[in-house]
Ligand binder design. Structure first.
Ligand code: ADE
Ligand code: ZN
Ligand code: ZN
Length: 303
């Protein structure tokens, strides 16, 4: 378990991070490519980072934080445990699946979006809220973060190119890393490169015709419906792609070839969607702050 001191130093030294997080960092770089210049300057000021890494540098903070004693209570915010039964039935019922005592990724999106919009809160609290929003838009797009079966696949042992993992890790990390040919202990530069490629696919390539639809349920006045729509979409992929023949069909099986071939395009599209949607969500937040403010504000200090 990581100490909070290490969590802080990891956040301060993005280049040193050599585990997990690759998907989140890519999502953040994609979002940086799409946000408005108002959003860029607002968040660069709030997050005290005026480089191009202002989103990527905080994208994995929430995962480090949940393993520190201060932030352990936020652990349940990273997923929603849909009590469906893949592959025959997928679906999320917010009342049924978002735990009343600990919350879930959908309620967390609501809470931290509201806090980011709340100018009565301190800049520190709003920066924390921004870091959670940036992270949770990524988590919501990982299909197994919207699934209860075996704790989101954590209890399903598999192999991937001969190495032992659980299914959750394969979807968090292994598929994306294989897709880009390995990250060679340097997630930030590899994520940046992949993000730029996906940005091009969204603008003029294979995602250009579909990407307008990616924003159709996006409503800043209703964060729960927006986040729930994103979660339901990811959860549907559990039935079609993650567990198409159920958990027993893949338990202890090798997933690095045939399974990977079907899963990789889905992982790629989910990463692209998450980045594009994160940009739109952050733009809506900053635009709403500007509209409400009387001054021509572009920095958190002015708002
Ligand atoms: N713990 C319990 N359910 C989980 C899920 N769906 N994803 C990640 N962690 C979990
Ligand atoms: Zn997470
Ligand atoms: Zn995960």
């Amino acid at each position: 378990m990581r100490s909070s001191t290490l969590a802080v130093s990891v956040a301060a030294l993005p280049g040193a991070l050599a585990w997990g997080g690759f998907g989140h960092i890519t999502v953040a770089y994609i979002a940086s490519n799409f946000v408005s210049s108002d959003t860029t300057s607002y968040l660069q000021t709030l997050l005290r980072n005026d480089t191009g890494d202002y989103l990527a540098g905080v994208a994995t903070w929430a995962d480090s934080a949940r393993y520190s004693k201060w932030w352990r209570w936020t652990g349940g915010f990273h997923y929603i445990d849909a009590k469906d039964s893949p592959p025959s039935y997928c679906g999320i019922d917010y009342e049924r699946d978002c735990k009343k005592d600990q919350g879930c990724v959908v309620s967390a999106m609501h809470n931290y979006t509201t806090r980011l919009l709340d100018t009565e809160l301190s800049l520190y609290e709003r920066a924390v809220a921004a870091k959670f929003v940036i992270h949770f838009v990524g988590d919501i797009h990982q299909p197994l973060h919207t699934e209860d079966v075996e704790r989101g696949g954590n209890g399903i042992h598999v192999t991937f190119d001969g190495a032992n993992f659980n299914l959750h890790h394969v979807w968090d990390t292994s598929i994306a890393e294989k897709l880009v040919g390995g990250i060679h202990r340097k997630p930030y530069p590899y994520a940046k490169k992949w993000a730029d490629e996906l940005t091009k696919e969204i603008k003029v390539g294979k995602y250009s015709s579909g990407s307008a639809n990616w924003l159709k349920n996006t409503n800043i006045s209703d964060p729960v419906s927006t986040a729930l729509a994103w979660a339901i979409e990811g959860n549907a992929l559990v039935c079609t792609t993650v567990l198409p023949e159920g958990a027993e069909a893949i338990r202890n099986q090798e997933l690095g070839s045939d399974y990977y071939e079907k899963a990789a395009p889905v992982v790629e599209a989910q990463i692209a969607k998450a980045g594009y949607r994160l940009a739109a969500w952050l733009d809506l937040i900053v635009a709403s702050l500007k509209t409400r403010s009387s001054s021509p504000a572009s920095t958190p200090g002015d708002l």
